[in-house]
Design a protein around this ligand. Structure first.
Ligand code: ATP
Length: 345
């Protein structure tokens, strides 16, 4: 089990930094997600890990061994890593077992050892019964699992996954999230998972590296990212919520109900605060003069609750959850139970 270290890695295409001074230390067996909007450098970082792309600056190490630097480049097949692509890249006319065993054939593994390892890899993704089928006869999710089994057959220390669920529909994605959990638990391999889907990253990863314009902007567990996002940009990228400007507070501080009320009453409002919808309480009583009031702009039915889009007297938008339907245009009394102060962008 080896620690994966990315140390101040940059990648320039001409003058443009696709990845800019990125550092991450990934623990052995950890499941990490590289998360960020399109073009932020996730795939470039993954390709540098895999050995498909040389580095402009920095170093990549696995268990202390130098894999890559501007002057050193270990070829992909010597890195103990395997990459799973969005497109699966399976051979359509080969059987599932032959697809999975292909990397072993390249390494001249034969006979009983070959058969056993293919069988083990297929059982890791629960596809033993499909060994003799061809990929054409499988569903999208099953094909993705064949691609996973093929990357596992070499027992890599690190599995690199580039948006592996992007081609699947919503239901299948949810089912595949389960498979990934199971797969990760059973292999104990370190996983680096690229996605622009924050829900997927939150559901799967132990820790998430949030990237913007080639830079790492936050590296934290899903819970910390949700509860304590560093900046206005991270807060708007992760989860739902509203940002208000208040008079008091400093970045990285949690504010109580009283502090929020005081901050909203101030005149010089320069501090951004994040209010998650679960921290907005909508009273069922008619608002009085002392209450913080808002107008219901519109509401969206989400099954177990309504999502209320509210407007404060100062014009700010505020999102809340409520168990019952309200009337658009109606005034409601609010309590903001807590807020989180953000760095401005
Ligand atoms: P997506 O989610 O859309 O795949 P990404 O976050 O994976 O995006 P990258 O594909 O890593 O982003 O690209 C990062 C930046 O580097 C982009 O501006 C992209 O245009 C640029 N880039 C990537 N590969 C090359 C290349 N071979 N030559 C020139 N520029 C490139």
């Amino acid at each position: 089990m080896a620690k994966l270290s990315i140390e101040a890695v940059s990648k320039y295409f001409d003058e443009h930094a696709a990845v800019d001074e990125l550092s991450l230390a990934v623990e052995p067996g950890e499941f990490v997600a590289l998360l960020g909007p399109s073009g932020c450098g996730k795939t470039t970082m993954l390709r540098m890990l895999a050995g498909f792309e040389p580095l402009t600056r920095g170093e990549i190490r696995l268990g202390g061994e130098l894999l890559a630097s501007p002057t050193h480049h270990l070829p992909p097949e010597q890195r103990h890593m395997a990459m799973v692509f969005q497109s699966y890249a399976l051979w359509p006319h080969m059987s599932v077992a032959d697809n999975v065993g292909y990397p072993l054939k390249l390494k001249k593994v034969r006979g009983e050892a070959y058969r056993k390892r293919v069988e083990q890899a297929l059982s890791l993704v629960a596809l033993e019964k499909y060994a003799s089928r061809t990929p054409q006869d499988l569903s999208g999710g099953q094909r993705q699992r064949v691609a996973l089994a093929r990357c596992l057959v070499n027992e890599p220390a690190v599995v690199l996954l580039d948006e592996p669920l992007a081609n699947l529909d919503r239901h299948l994605r949810a089912a595949m999230e389960q498979s990934f959990h199971e797969f990760h638990r059973r292999t104990e391999a370190t996983m680096v998972y690229v996605t622009h889907d924050q829900g997927e990253a939150m559901a799967l990863a132990d820790r998430i590296a949030v990237m913007r314009d080639g830079r790492l902007v936050q590296w934290a567990t899903p819970q910390t990212l949700y509860r304590e996002p560093k900046s206005q940009w991270v807060a708007s990228f992760i989860g739902q919520g509203s940002q208000l400007m208040i008079a008091a507070g400093e970045p990285g501080r949690r504010l109580s109900e009283a502090e929020l009320m005081q901050g909203l009453a101030g005149t010089e409002r320069t501090q951004a605060v994040l209010i998650r919808p679960e921290h907005v309480r909508v009273a069922s009583t008619t608002p009085s003069d002392r209450d913080l009031v808002a107008r219901v702009e519109h509401q969206v039915f989400r099954g177990e609750r309504f999502e209320l889009h509210l407007r404060l007297p100062g014009g700010e938008a505020l999102l809340a959850y409520h168990p019952q339907a309200l009337t658009p245009g109606q005034q409601v009394a609010l309590t903001l139970t807590q807020g989180w102060c953000l760095e401005s962008d």
